[in-house]
Design a protein around this ligand. Structure first.
Ligand code: ADP
Ligand code: LRH
Length: 486
């Protein structure tokens, strides 16, 4: 038996520390800690900015690692992964300059077009292969141009790398997460001088801020605190770790990493950088072992999380099992919305925004939480169907099964609707996909596991229960619903 390894997986809705041991080709896991996460709105002068409470996340991480070491003995390895794009800035002394800004903050509104005035969107895509999301780090840096904080900054560390720096003293940029910044050349897997050069037009010297890149599987160094292990740069982008843990046994699979976001796409050997791919806003993020994660961001269970938050604030009962049971009773596809509408991105009154979008699309808006929940799930399934079909077409690949990993695995209704909408079987599990990918990459980096991605996936398959959903009925009603949004 080898381990214990500890995976710290920071999601937009919660952080967790999961401990794993490898035994005879199986990974045994146990949750050591879980702590909440979410945006914090902070006023400064006239402007209110959404931040992450990164010090609280550091404390949750450290105390979770201590619990792990206390309960399982000295740690063999530690790996950190989190959501993408966001960063902390350090000053000359290595001190943090303010709390990282949350990617849902409004500061990047209209900024992509300002960057495209210096480097046209097509040229940017040819280099970084990234979908345009206003929150890509390249746009965040352009938005931060001229601030006192950026002027004082000497180093930029993405969130997992920032926590890694606090745990070890080492400053690196792990490449899977770096690929979400928009500053990386997707073909060379190096920082792009042309893109960082573009930011100098905004007065931002990004090249000077960026740390050296490392590939996933690099041993970063021992922990400052005596907990036993060494920090391994795993796939520090949570989606990269989650995709590594998809228990597929053959290559023609699509995946949905289903949490706050739904990341829907394919694993490829090389990026797709065609004009059609750019127009469809598909992203080429980097994965484990030289792979490319060719995917689209679908708005995800954020839509439901924000509705639940609003209903609870209004004093309504809104626990998920009750809502999902009620949503099952609502007739299918009564109302659908285009989940890619950027109006859904910021926090706020989500049920009202959904009702407005339904009315704009000429449909009767949902009238209560059950109908709103059903509308969200039907609409997500429709978004998944579109993304899987387009990805397969643009990458010229066959897809015959969809794997779902992440918290959304717990949503049986959504999994069934995904099968129904796509006409493809859906295999759901594991729930803690990112943590499993994180643990297996540590084990391999530390010499306790051999093999390629297929071998890691075989360990996941041998270690977790999955549930298979078979498509029911025809996809005709979904074709009709799609036309309603066209
Ligand atoms: P993240 O990593 O982005 O924080 P997770 O992978 O933890 O997200 O998934 C969170 C989502 O999982 C929640 O938004 C919720 O919709 C879903 N979820 C969690 N528990 C349940 C449950 N018991 N039933 C249905 N869905 C659930
Ligand atoms: C999911 C995720 C996703 C990014 C988003 C910002 O947690 O990492 O892959 O696009 O957060």
């Amino acid at each position: 038996m080898s381990g214990p390894y500890a995976a710290v997986d920071l999601g937009a809705s919660s952080g967790r520390v999961i401990v794993g041991h490898l035994d005879d080709g199986r990974l045994h896991t146990e949750e050591a800690a879980r702590f909440p996460n979410g945006p914090v709105a902070v006023p400064a002068g006239e402007v209110t900015t959404l931040h992450w409470d990164v010090l609280r996340l550091l404390e949750g991480t450290r105390s979770g690692l201590r619990t792990a070491a206390r309960e399982h003995g000295p740690l063999t390895g530690v790996g950190l992964d989190s959501w993408a794009v966001d960063y902390g800035l350090l000053d000359d002394d290595g001190a943090l300059l303010g709390n990282p800004v949350h990617y849902r903050d409004a500061r990047t509104e209209g900024v992509p077009d300002r960057v495209f005035a210096h480097l046209p969107a097509a040229d940017l895509y040819a280099r970084n292969g990234l979908q345009v999301q206003p929150f890509n780090t390249v746009f965040q840096l352009a938005a931060a141009a001229g601030t006192a904080q950026l002027a004082a900054a000497r180093r930029l560390l993405l969130v997992p790398d920032l926590l890694g720096y606090w745990l070890t003293g080492e400053q690196v940029a792990e490449v899977t997460n770096a690929s979400t910044t928009g500053l990386l050349d997707v073909t060379t897997r190096r920082w792009s001088e042309e893109i960082t050069g573009t930011l100098t037009a905004f007065g931002v010297d990004a090249a000077a801020l960026l740390p050296p890149l490392v590939e996933p599987g690099t041993v970063v160094g021992p922990l400052r605190e005596d907990l036993g292990g060494r920090l391994v740069a795993v796939g520090t982008h949570d989606t990269a770790s989650a995709v590594a843990a998809v228990p597929a046994d053959q290559p023609s699979f699509a995946y949905i990493s289903s949490g706050t976001w739904s990341l829907v796409g394919l694993e490829l050997d090389a990026p797709v950088l065609t004009e059609a791919s750019r127009a469809a806003n598909f992203t080429n993020e980097l994965g484990l072992d030289g792979t490319v994660r060719y995917l689209r961001n679908v708005m995800g269970l954020w839509l439901l999380q924000e509705c639940v938050r609003t209903w609870e604030e209004d004093g309504e009962r809104a626990d998920l099992p009750t809502l999902l049971a009620a949503a099952r009773q609502v007739p299918a596809l009564s109302c659908v919305i285009d989940t890619s509408d950027p109006a859904f991105l910021p926090p706020g009154d989500m049920p009202a925004r959904i009702a407005r979008a339904a009315s704009h699309a000429g449909q009767a808006p949902p009238r209560n939480p059950a109908e709103t929940t059903r509308c969200i799930l039907d609409s997500l399934a429709l978004g998944y169907r579109r993304a899987v079909r387009q990805a397969a077409e643009l990458a010229d690949r066959d897809v015959d099964v969809i794997h779902v990993v992440g918290g959304g695995v717990r949503n049986a209704l959504l999994c069934q609707l995904t099968a129904d909408a796509t006409g493809l079987p859906v295999v759901a599990g594991p729930v803690e996909g990112a943590a499993l990918g994180n643990l297996l990459v540590q084990a391999r980096a530390l010499g306790d596991l051999d093999g390629d991605l297929a071998a890691l996936r075989a360990v996941v398959a041998a270690s977790t229960e999955t549930r298979r959903y078979t498509p029911a009925g025809t996809t005709t009603i979904w074709d009709d619903a799609e036309r309603r949004l066209a």
